[in-house]
Design a protein around this ligand. Structure first.
Ligand code: ADP
Ligand code: MG
Length: 319
């Protein structure tokens, strides 16, 4: 089957700095691919190039059979027409590291905005769809709240609903849990895991190794704008071939909270401004399957630590 997202030889520099040095990335429909790597390695730039928020200097990007850019016969990169790029962008949903909801709009208005403004959807239909989507991320009871009245975890769930409102073919997630309190990461990861289970094609830049291990079909480790290692989640995360991958994973896993330290109660807890009751929130109310899922994501981290330690060749060994 043809890849839904096909990136070949992607190059990008900022001034004199080569940030992406020939990235290849293929994602088939329904696949979840996680990109991991140190800060500054180029992960965000890859995602931003995929919907041309950033202009690549070279290489080829194809989304859903449409070529966004490719090198011409003279070696210079050529871009699709503005109209084609706009069309492809509508198929690519993106959720950023920092909450980027419109602050002057309620959760509901944030989710309704793009379908009305970009797709010309009528207000009643946009509202009905937005309410469905807010419900699917566990936030129908927050529809009339403004971003500042919501926790970071809730804002990111609204941001996911907002991206989904455009009915994208593929979703790009850029470290969407990294700016929220650690105990609120779980509720965002639950929404993403459900989305993956429903068959959404996803590219997920993340430091949440439990999530990558549990949900990703494939993992790419990026360093200095190159793919250092690529494979299934158990291979790359549990038994990395490259020393650089191993060193990175060790550092990240050491920072990850231990399952014992964080009770389930903390993880399904949420904070709100001026409103103490959480009974109505299906996600934060914590059904037993949700707490199971979060516990599983945590135990994946434990398991990865164990496997990584095991796979380490004993130093000084001569065999
Ligand atoms: P990551 O997401 O892996 O942390 P980024 O893709 O954000 O990495 O950035 C990779 C490198 O590119 C960093 O050194 C960053 O400072 C640089 N960079 C990113 N965006 C810009 C920009 N708009 N102008 C100049 N340098 C940039
Ligand atoms: Mg980044």
């Amino acid at each position: 089957m043809a890849a839904l997202v096909n990136v070949k030889g992607l190059r990008k520099s900022f001034g004199d700095l080569n940030i992406l040095n020939g990235i290849d990335l293929e994602v088939k429909a329904g696949e979840v691919v996680s990109i991991i790597g140190p800060s500054g390695s180029g992960k965000t730039t890859i995602l931003r190039c995929i919907n041309l928020l950033e202009r690549p200097d070279g290489g080829r990007i194809e989304v859903d059979g449409q070529v966004l850019c490719q090198d011409g016969p003279d070696g210079r990169i050529r871009f699709a027409s503005k109209g084609e790029i706009r069309k492809i962008r509508e198929e690519v949903g993106m959720v950023f590291q920092r909450f980027n909801l419109f602050p002057h709009m309620t959760a509901l208005e944030n989710v309704m905005e793009a379908p009305m403004a970009v797709k010309g959807m009528d207000k009643a239909s946009a509202k009905a769809r937005a309410l469905e989507l807010l419900d699917s991320v566990g936030l129908s009871h927050r529809a009339d709240h403004y971003p500042l009245q919501m926790s970071g975890g809730q804002q990111q769930r609204v941001a996911i609903a907002r991206a989904l409102a455009m009915e994208p073919r593929v979703m790009l997630f850029d470290e969407v849990t990294s700016a929220v309190d650690p105990e609120l990461a779980g509720e965002i990861l639950l929404v993403m895991k459900r989305l993956a289970e429903e068959g959404m094609t996803m590219i997920v830049v993340t430091h949440e190794m439990g999530f990558a291990a549990d949900v990703a079909d494939r993992v790419l480790f990026i360093d200095h704008g190159r793919v250092v290692e690529e494979g299934t989640a158990p291979q790359v995360l549990g038994a990395p071939r490259e020393e650089r991958t191993r060193a990175f994973l060790k550092a990240v896993l050491e920072r990850a909270p231990m399952a014992e330290e964080d009770g389930d109660d903390d993880l399904v807890d949420d904070r709100d401004i001026g409103e103490p009751s959480w009974g109505a929130d299906p996600l934060t109310a914590g059904t037993s399957s949700d707490t199971d899922t979060i516990a599983r994501l945590q135990s994946e981290v434990e398991e990865l630590r164990r496997r990584l330690a095991q796979s380490e060749s004993p130093s000084g060994g001569d065999g």
